[in-house]
Write a protein that binds this ligand. Structure first.
Ligand SMILES: [Zn+2]
Length: 389
């Protein structure tokens, strides 16, 4: 269960993305053939590379973006790439100042950093480095996201809810790509994605059965945040990011289906030395005197924490505090400064906004379907098809 950070960019839809925006997947939920090409997602796999190595499982095409230079390798093997400096990249024997594309033949994959990918790999030169971006169709991309954001062993209806949330999150994120050369990160800054070399049947079913389905509010996409466990109730997005727009689907909901999970209630200790160095990082000198919840939401999630030393005090956003201390969540029910450590007791894991994944699991086990799940955690949102946007 990964928690993603709030990642809002304000740039407008750029020219590269316009094609994707204008021609989203149009396949109907009943599986009819799409009338328009499917959206391509550009996922950043690695940035600022000097060298990289790619294992290809069979026939591989290598060409420049304008296809003026191209060749192919027929058999499985390893291809090396390196930055040549001055905005050039070399892949195998091909050198170019343009992006170089590695395209596996249908049914073949390219393995990079231990994960296998079936899409086209773009090596984008940039000064003395190059970046690696996979171009992958939206629905295929989801096959490589779901098992890393929710266990593939979970019930079908929970996985289907996750598929709709992840699909919506992807398309919403793409609205803010701007002129960047990629759309999403392959980690918690966007959604965890590890390629589609291994596709779990349960995940494939969940994605395929909800193909093209997204959530909208008042006719628009929104950031369908999700998290591990809400500890009884989710919160408004503003509790986590005061500048975010407080729309109804992200205003919080009662859960009641997550008590079975291990993250529902927890206890953690943090060494005093770590707490002291955190205080020092805030510019607070002297002995640590207290750490207190300064403000919390109605559901008990801390939004601000006050750290006090002999020399002064500072109040910080809990999100910042939480990541520095490695806490599961900001739903802190007990906080004690002790002789050698700081004891925290709390509930839930993650930011607590949007869908509670343990709750989705609980609801599915209780016989609810994915529409019930989405309705509960994104109140007021409508399930629609990409083509109806
Ligand atoms: Zn919950």
């Amino acid at each position: 269960m990964k928690t993603k950070s709030l990642f809002l960019l304000t740039a407008v839809c750029g020219c590269l993305l316009l094609a994707a925006c204008a021609a989203p997947s149009a396949r109907k939920a009943d599986g009819q053939t799409p009338s328009r090409p499917e959206t391509t997602v550009r996922v950043l796999l690695a940035e600022k590379q000097k060298t990289a190595s790619f294992k290809h499982s069979g026939l591989l095409y290598i060409y420049t973006k304008d296809r003026s230079k191209r060749y192919k390798i027929s058999n499985a093997g390893t291809l090396s790439a390196r930055a040549l400096g001055g905005g050039k990249v070399q892949a195998g024997t091909l050198q170019s100042a343009q992006p170089v594309i590695l395209e596996p033949a249908p049914g073949k994959t390219i393995t990079f950093n231990g994960n296998a990918y079936a899409g086209k790999m773009y090596l984008v030169p940039d000064g003395s480095y190059f970046h690696i971006v996979e171009y992958v169709p939206l629905e295929t991309y989801l096959y490589g996201v779901l098992p890393y954001e929710m266990s593939y062993t979970w019930p079908a209806e929970a996985l289907k809810a996750q598929a709709v949330a992840a699909r919506t999150f992807t398309l919403k994120s793409m609205e803010t790509t701007g002129k960047r050369y990629f759309d999403l990160y392959n980690d918690v800054r966007s959604q965890v994605y590890k390629g589609t070399g291994k596709v779990y049947p349960s995940v494939k079913t969940a994605v395929d059965k909800t193909r093209g389905q997204i959530l909208t509010f008042e006719g628009k996409l929104f950031y369908t945040y999700y998290h591990g466990n809400c500890g009884g109730a989710t919160d408004s997005v503003t509790s986590w990011s005061p500048s975010a727009k407080a729309i109804k689907p992200l205003s919080g909901a009662k859960c009641g289906y997550d008590k079975h999970a291990k993250n529902y209630s927890w206890q953690q200790t943090v060494p005093l030395a770590k707490a002291e160095s955190y205080a020092a990082s805030l510019g607070l000198k002297g002995k640590l005197k207290s750490i207190k919840v300064a403000r919390k939401t109605k559901t008990g999630r801390a939004t601000n924490i006050t750290v006090r030393t002999q020399k002064g005090s500072k109040t910080v956003a809990c999100g910042n505090f939480r990541s520095a201390f490695g806490l599961k969540s900001c739903k802190i029910t007990k906080l004690s400064l002790r002789k050698k450590d700081v004891l925290f007791k709390g509930r839930g894991s993650g930011h607590g906004v949007g869908m509670c994944q343990d709750g989705a699991n609980g609801m599915a086990k209780a016989g609810k379907n994915y529409k019930d799940i989405l309705k509960k955690y994104y109140p007021g949102a409508k399930i629609t098809l990409v083509k109806d946007l």
